[in-house]
Design a protein around this ligand. Structure first.
Ligand SMILES: *[C@@H]1O[C@H](CO)[C@@H](O)[C@H](O)[C@H]1NC(C)=O
Ligand SMILES: *[C@@H]1O[C@H](CO)[C@@H](O)[C@H](O)[C@H]1NC(C)=O
Length: 316
């Protein structure tokens, strides 16, 4: 495992090195591995994130297929919604064709655990990419063609909470986190990724935890932290897109999806907007920090409705 990580790290370093000396992706020998498998019309969705996106997928287990687009554990995976999460919804309801999902998200994850430590033991974005890259490059165990794939990235729920509430970090920490975030995107680009969905942090100042247990000063600080994180994401995404004209990227803001459901609890099967229940359906929240199935479904629905990637997802 450790050796594997070192090897992967070396691969990543090489990828960075090639980009530094200015070789084009096709010259580095990786891009050719991502031509579409002949006769296959599957799309691919790759996920990096935290508990809001995790299904507990194990890359060594059963692979995603037409029988189960999430691979393992069995659909909808081990989510934190009480049922299907936004990943399962997006890939099975709003998909335009068979969509095979490789979900590397891990609960508790921050972008870089050396910069903003997670609340517990976790695997940060940096490490998720290090884990993913070897499967996507050599030998190609995942048939992952860049243009037939969307890479979706959703962080911030732990970064902002930890930085603002737990650590009292300066707001400049988010800019630094973003430089690491986009170094990971650069590695994914070098490995063939061309379609990126960057997801802004959810309005975590609206969770039952924040509304019930935080002071209004803490909530304001959390909200300001989310704005800072999201502004930095905008800035860095624009610069990444500018550097790579062959990249298609979109920035999704989950705020409207969360707010739509939070503002209408009764229409969504809940007595109010603050209760939580592990079934994920009789309240809007699974627990005091994790949204239930209605909010997840609205996130997927909005992503499809915005028509960001028309050959992948469609409104319903
Ligand atoms: C969407 O995904 C589901 C689950 O893999 C699959 O059964 C369905 O056929 C897919 N829809 C389309 C239009 O391919
Ligand atoms: C608020 O904090 C109390 C005491 O720690 C805890 O018992 C309660 O579950 C918390 N409520 C929410 C909504 O987080």
């Amino acid at each position: 495992m450790f050796i594997e990580m070192i090897q992967s790290f070396i691969i990543l370093s090489c990828l960075f090195a090639t980009s530094v000396v200015g070789k084009s992706p096709s010259e580095n020998g990786y891009i050719s591995k991502f031509t579409t498998t002949k006769g296959s019309d599957a799309n691919y969705l790759l996920l990096f994130g935290d508990s809001y996106s995790r299904i507990e997928f194990n890359i060594h287990g059963k692979q995603p297929s037409k029988d189960d687009p999430l691979g393992n554990p069995a659909f909808p995976g081990d989510t934190t919604s009480g049922g299907v999460n936004w990943v399962g919804d997006l890939a099975s309801i709003y998909n335009k064709s068979l969509t095979l999902v490789y979900d590397f998200a891990v609960g508790g994850a921050t972008i870089d655990q050396k910069l903003i430590p997670p609340p517990g033991i976790s695997v940060s974005f940096n490490d998720q990419v290090i884990e993913a890259i070897p499967y996507l490059t050599k030998p190609r165990s995942v048939p992952w063609p860049g243009k037939k794939s969307v890479v979706a990235i959703w962080f911030g729920q732990n970064d902002v909470q930890q930085a603002v509430i737990v650590r009292h970090d300066p707001s400049s920490i988010f800019g630094e986190a973003m430089s690491h975030y986009f170094a990971n995107c650069e590695a994914l680009y070098q490995a063939g990724a061309r379609n990126f969905l960057f997801m802004k942090v959810a309005p975590i100042y609206k969770t039952p935890l924040a509304v019930v247990n935080y002071t209004s000063e803490e909530r304001d600080a959390l909200s300001a932290g989310c704005d800072e994180f999201n502004n930095d994401l905008d800035t860095y995404a624009k610069s990444f897109g500018g550097k790579h004209p062959d990249v298609t990227y979109h920035i999704y803001d989950p705020n409207p999806a969360f707010t739509d459901i939070i503002d209408t609890p009764k229409q969504n099967g809940a007595p109010d907007s603050l209760c939580f229940n592990p079934d994920g359906t009789t309240c809007l929240w699974l627990n005091n920090y994790h949204p239930g199935v209605a909010i997840h479904k609205q996130v997927a629905k909005d992503i499809a409705a915005y028509n960001y990637f028309p050959s992948f997802f469609t409104a319903k």
